[in-house]
Design a protein around this ligand. Structure first.
Ligand code: MLC
Ligand code: AMP
Length: 507
């Protein structure tokens, strides 16, 4: 049977139903999206894209950017979205690893990225927010019909890179079956219907904005309002004519800073969902007192899509991520032995289900290392399941900072800093931050006799690292604390600098 996710996304809604609205463009119906995505599929095929080929994309959020994703699915190719903040140095690695047939970029990046595309054999195309660019020209000329390429449930639909704790970024391979099963589960769990209008303010280069948000809405035949930046005032205005919002905790922290957020402005909304990073209980509580809405927190990751959710009907408990979604099995194990642990005991969160990815692209050993023999994926998150069955995430065994919902791997930043002249060594940690949740902070030791300026280090990192990965503070120390094994004790550093960004809490 044809398992191409594309079919399912267009099955529910009549052609005349509204799919997308955006402040800058014309509204788009499902029927128009069906035709436009056919044009993208035809354009990709004319560029030589065959089923299974990778299509790498680093473009601004726009209606056509979503049509490019749908067109890629439709022609059986594998979508590879890339954060618009990535620098050419970072992109070089992704292109070398994924060897895409086509690389779609913003027109203004043409100069900076031509050499990289050429080196890795990718055909370069441009797509602008407002519909200009070489790909758009090709798309505008293309036919509005295209027979979707049949895909098996296990065939790849997308590769999303997640950085690694030990260095190289890994491409998580997600199949049509992974994406479709998770979308169906979420659509039911969160009671999506054709009457819903989703406020979509997330970027569409990560699992949250691209898959969780758009698939859930489209499967239900609902509509979305696409905004490219999170502006709290604009979002509060949109709430008057929307029903659901999905966001990272930073969205909710920022909304709470506006007096316009109240019971009246949120009266039409039926659901606020948070994920990608821990939502503080104080944010959950403050949002409830101001609006009467209990934010529904859920837990997921790129490799597994969504795993757990607080209930739609029932108690949404702050500081928990709810219960396993239907079809998903979660167990807590001893991180060292893999033995299952009892209720309320803290251990490794392991996940199994149709949502769990197919492995890391061209990294068979790395994939094998992260699965148990019986098929459970070892998440790297630490947690416990309480007597009511709710999962609590209490920490991470992976060395990871989550800032504003973006994952940042300290190892990657340390490697860049350690290469800079005059640096002996560094340790990168996440420090509590009222807006971003955690802020990347670098603790640096200079070589003997050398004195460095923080700004000089930051300037040197500019070209190497995406902006959101760059340290928000650099602290110079004489030496790093180490245990008897010589391992840097990051917990001591986190304790020492935990008030570095302290600011008044949420209103
Ligand atoms: C922007 N900056 C960040 C940052 N976002 N720094 C650290 N962390 C971030 N997340 C930088 C900017 O470059 C800028 O630098 C400065 O911080 C202030 O920018 P801003 O204007 O305040 O940021 P803004 O553009 O408003 O973006 C903040 C944000 C955005 C929270 C809206 O980061 C965002 O959309 N995050 C969502 C991430 C997401 O979708 N994650 C899902 C991953 S999937 P300067 O110095 O130039 O001013 C996943 C699975 C799952 O995790 O479970 O969902
Ligand atoms: P990513 O690799 O970007 O997909 O990020 C996945 C990681 O984000 C998970 O492994 C968790 O550490 C974290 N995460 C996602 N949702 C939540 C949540 N609700 N609470 C705490 N951490 C979360």
């Amino acid at each position: 049977m044809d398992g191409n996710l594309f079919h399912a996304l267009f099955r529910s809604a009549p052609a005349a139903a509204l799919l997308l609205e955006s402040p800058t463009g014309e509204p788009l119906t499902y029927g128009q999206a069906f035709a436009r995505s056919a044009q993208f599929a035809n354009a990709l095929r004319s560029l030589g894209v065959l089923p299974g080929d990778r299509v790498a994309v680093q473009v601004d959020k726009s209606v056509d950017a979503l049509m490019l994703y749908l067109g890629t699915l439709r022609c059986g190719a594998v979508y590879l979205p890339l954060n618009t903040a990535y620098t050419p140095a970072e992109l070089d690695y992704f292109l070398g690893d994924a060897t895409p047939r086509v690389f779609v970029i913003r027109p203004q990046a043409l100069h900076a990225l031509s050499a990289i595309a050429l080196e890795h054999g990718a055909t370069l195309q441009t797509l602008a927010e407002q519909g200009q660019g070489s790909l758009s020209e090709r798309v505008n000329m293309a036919a509005t019909e295209f027979e979707a390429v049949p895909r098996a449930s296990d065939d790849l639909a997308a590769i999303l890179y997640t950085s690694g704790t030990t260095g190289r970024a890994k491409g998580a391979m997600l199949s049509h079956g992974n994406l479709l099963s998770n979308a169906r589960t979420l659509c039911d769990a969160w009671r999506f219907s054709a009457d819903d209008r989703l406020i979509h303010a997330l970027p569409i280069f990560h699992a949250h904005g691209l898959f969780v948000a758009t698939h859930t809405a489209m499967l239900a035949g609902a509509s979305m309002c696409f905004v490219s930046r999170f502006d709290p005032l604009e979002i509060i205005a949109l709430m008057q004519r929307s029903t659901v919002m999905m966001g990272v905790p930073t969205f909710y922290v920022r909304l709470l800073q506006h007096p316009g957020l109240d019971r009246q402005s949120t009266a039409r909304m039926r659901l606020f969902i948070s994920g990608s990073a821990p939502l503080l209980a104080e944010t959950h509580g403050a949002f409830f007192s101001r609006t009467g809405h209990a934010i529904l927190e859920r837990y997921g990751m790129t490799e597994t899509l969504m795993n757990t959710s607080n209930p739609y009907v029932g108690e949404r408990i702050a500081n928990t991520v709810g219960m396993p979604l239907p079809g998903v099995s979660i167990r807590i194990t001893d991180p060292a032995t893999g033995e299952p642990l009892a209720v309320d005991q803290v251990g490794m969160i392991e996940i199994q289900g149709p949502n769990v990815f197919k492995g890391y692209w061209r990294m068979a050993q790395k994939t094998a290392d992260e699965f148990r023999g019986d098929g459970y994926f070892v998440s790297g998150d630490l947690g416990k399941i309480d007597a009511k069955g709710y999962l609590h995430i209490v920490g991470r065994s992976k060395d990871l900072v989550i800032s504003g919902g973006y994952n940042i791997y300290p190892k990657e930043i340390e490697t860049e800093i350690d290469q800079l002249q005059g640096v002996a060594e560094s340790a990168v940690i996440g420090v509590p931050h009222s807006d971003f949740g955690e802020a990347v902070t670098a603790v640096v030791v200079c070589k003997p006799g050398i004195r460095l300026q923080a700004q000089a280090l930051l300037d040197a990192l500019q070209e190497r690292l995406a902006r959101y990965k760059q340290p928000k503070a650099i602290i110079f120390v004489d030496e790093l604390p180490r245990n008897t094994m010589g391992k840097v004790q990051k917990n001591l550093l986190r304790d020492a600098y935990r008030d570095r960004f302290s600011a008044p809490g949420v209103a």
